[in-house]
Write a protein that binds this ligand. Structure first.
Ligand code: ATP
Length: 308
């Protein structure tokens, strides 16, 4: 099957600055793909090249098998920028009708599609003007607008960054609802959002993709941080001191409850075997010892955070 996105060795320079330094990115059709990176990592530039809004310097870029920005991709790809703008006097329905007009959709199809998209994005029944919309509503309208032509690929730049927690949740639910209908690529620096909705992910740093794969693969390939353990004892301070000298401990965080510590360990098996001995050598009581899943944040900080 033709990949939704296939980028090899993409380089983009502005003057002497190499903003993209050999990006490789492969997105399978049907996936909800999270493109993760810190500010300035090169996410927007990559998306702009994909959309044909910026020219590559060198490398190979295919979108649904076509050159970016070529005529076929215009009807196959939908795009929503981080802050979508609309004429303030229009209603959501006006915006979608007008976009459908640009694609010359027939009247009956336009009516059906617009009704369906207003329903999908929770904007049905809102006849007010866009000028009174919240940021979350604008973002959802932007997504509806990008979907008006039923694209095979939807590209979203930071769709949740400007939203409050409730607005984020609604947009993430919307992206989840798109699974199976359209391939979704979205850029973000918000790791919990990726964990919530994506099946595959790539992390970009300083213009290079430094890891990519399913969430589980990326967690597993995350270098020396092998996992986390939640430990509860009757004296958290003494336990913390004793753990600081153990070679298998990479970090100890205090949780809100007294005596509860969250350990980041380099070897989960060794930690689970050796930790009870540390507890008993201190004469403490071990109340709880539970593995915690490595979060994407651990992976991200481990891979990207070092030089910052
Ligand atoms: N037109 C341009 N001219 C010169 N430098 C640019 C241009 N566009 C982007 N850059 C630089 O390229 C780097 C990557 O920018 P980009 O916008 O792709 O990052 P990003 O990962 O999307 O970050 P953010 O989350 O902050 O938007 C940045 O250092 C930025 O300053």
């Amino acid at each position: 099957m033709t990949p939704a996105i296939d980028i090899r060795g993409l380089v983009k320079t502005y003057g002497r600055r190499r903003v993209l330094d050999g990006v490789d990115l492969h997105v399978e059709p049907g996936s909800v793909f999270g493109f993760l990176g810190a500010n300035g990592a090169g996410k927007t530039t990559t998306l702009r090249v994909l959309l044909g809004l910026a020219h590559k310097t060198t490398g190979s870029v295919r979108v649904l098998g076509h050159e970016p920005g070529s005529t076929p991709t215009r009807s196959l790809v939908g795009y929503c920028p981080d802050v979508p703008g609309f004429p303030p006097w229009m209603t959501a329905r006006d915006v979608l009708n007008s976009s459908a007009g640009l694609f010359r959709l027939p009247a009956a199809l336009t009516r059906r599609r617009v009704d369906e998209l207003l329903e999908l994005t929770g904007l049905a029944g809102r006849e007010s003007r866009v000028s009174g919309f919240s940021r979350g509503m604008r973002q959802r309208l932007g997504i509806a607008q990008a979907l008006v032509n039923a694209p095979q690929l939807l590209i979203l730049d930071e769709p949740t960054s400007a939203l409050d927690p409730l607005g984020r949740r609604v947009v993430l639910d919307l992206l989840t609802a798109l699974r199976g209908r359209t391939t979704v690529l979205f850029s973000t620096h918000l790791l919990p959002d990726v964990e919530r909705v994506c099946d595959t992910v790539a992390i970009i740093d300083k213009g290079r993709v430094i890891t990519a794969g399913t969430l589980d693969q990326v967690r597993a390939e995350s270098g020396s941080v092998q996992g986390r353990l939640l430990v509860e004892v009757d004296d958290g301070d003494r336990m913390r001191e004793a753990l600081a000298g153990q070679p298998w401990v990479a970090g100890v965080e205090e949780e809100a409850a007294p005596g509860v510590l969250l350990l980041t360990v380099t070897d989960l098996d060794a930690a689970a075997a050796l930790l009870p001995a540390v507890v008993s050598s201190l004469g403490l009581l071990l109340r709880r010892l539970e593995p915690r899943e490595t979060s994407l944040e651990d992976v991200f900080v481990g891979l990207v955070g070092g030089g910052r």
